[in-house]
Design a protein around this ligand. Structure first.
Ligand code: FE2
Length: 301
């Protein structure tokens, strides 16, 4: 496939996900979008250092109004909903790359033993708190907004989760079953992406997640290894790494990624989604406003 064909295919997938997610096809929505884009232009003129041109460009691409220059596009990076222009395009980050990552690393790695022991205590108490990541009865936002494809058996058995934080707050289950973890994560709340979820993920023995892309590149994933058997791996872009118990990894899930557990034990990680450190508060605020105004599925917000 040529890069142009790959790009056309990518554009089509964005369009399909957008149609599930946002409303802008009737006349009044189109007018509202035009007003919103004019507002961005005006704000960018008034606050030229605020980088709002990149949000304006990203929204226009999202709506199919402009094209990417394919010479500047990395075809490994295909966020299925929103490509935020002007951010670094790289699959892996190091904790020292940004002060925010250093803080997140230090807090999570310091709390790793407590988080792991809380998880093990809940397992020991046989609390029935893990559910399939992709629920066959109720498709999740993750399924709507990524290109992951799992078999029914994989969906039911292989990949489980407990939601700790979502929609900007901790879940009731997390407060009840994971109070120490909640206390640790609450120190990071100002860095978390309000549109994403913080979750403990369990990948069963001898299972895998096939190559796929997640929804957007304006947040960065952070995993803290909790229980990591031998022969587990995680490829993002063209580089494979593995988790270490008690250590963090930072990565951009808009790059193609896949995960495997070729051991006889469960692999358990805590996953935290952070707003991209290069985005300003102003950009985050306007992006949030855009999603609130034009999202048509409240449960996906
Ligand atoms: Fe993913």
């Amino acid at each position: 496939m040529t890069i142009l064909q790959e790009y056309q295919e990518y554009k089509e997938s964005i369009k399909n996900h957008r149609m599930l997610f946002s409303k802008w096809d009737n006349v009044s929505d189109k007018i509202k979008i035009k007003i919103f884009l004019l507002l961005l232009k005006l704000l960018n003129f008034l606050f030229p250092k605020s980088n709002l041109h990149r949000l304006e460009k990203s929204i226009k691409f999202y709506l199919g109004l402009i094209d990417i220059n394919t010479d500047d596009w990395n075809p490994q990076q295909k966020p299925q909903l929103f490509l935020y222009f002007g951010l670094p395009s790289r699959p892996w980050y190091e904790p020292d790359d940004y002060d925010v990552f250093k803080i997140v690393r230090d807090i999570l790695e310091e709390g790793a033993e407590d988080i792991k022991s809380e998880y093990l205590m809940n397992i020991h108490n046989k609390s029935n708190f893990l559910i399939p990541v992709l629920d066959p009865k109720e498709p999740s936002a993750y399924e709507y907004l990524t290109d992951i494809e799992l078999t029914p058996s994989q969906i039911k058995n292989d990949w489980l989760r407990i939601d700790l934080w979502g929609g900007g707050e901790f879940t009731e289950e997390a407060r009840y079953l994971f109070p120490k973890t909640v206390k640790i994560l609450s120190k990071l709340e100002s860095f978390m992406d309000p549109f994403e979820e913080d979750v403990i993920y369990v990948l069963k023995p001898e299972s895998f997640l096939p190559p796929h892309h997640d929804a957007a590149n304006n947040y960065i994933g952070c995993h803290l290894g909790l229980i990591i058997p031998e022969n587990c791996g995680f490829r993002v872009g063209s580089e494979t790494r593995s988790w270490t118990e008690g250590k963090t990894l930072f990565f951009d899930q808009s790059f193609e990624h896949e995960v495997w557990n070729r051991s006889q034990k469960e692999r358990v990680v805590l996953s935290v989604q952070l707003r991209h450190p290069e985005l300003s508060k102003f950009e985050n605020f306007l992006y949030k406003l855009f999603r609130k105004l034009f999202g048509n599925k409240p449960h996906l917000l």
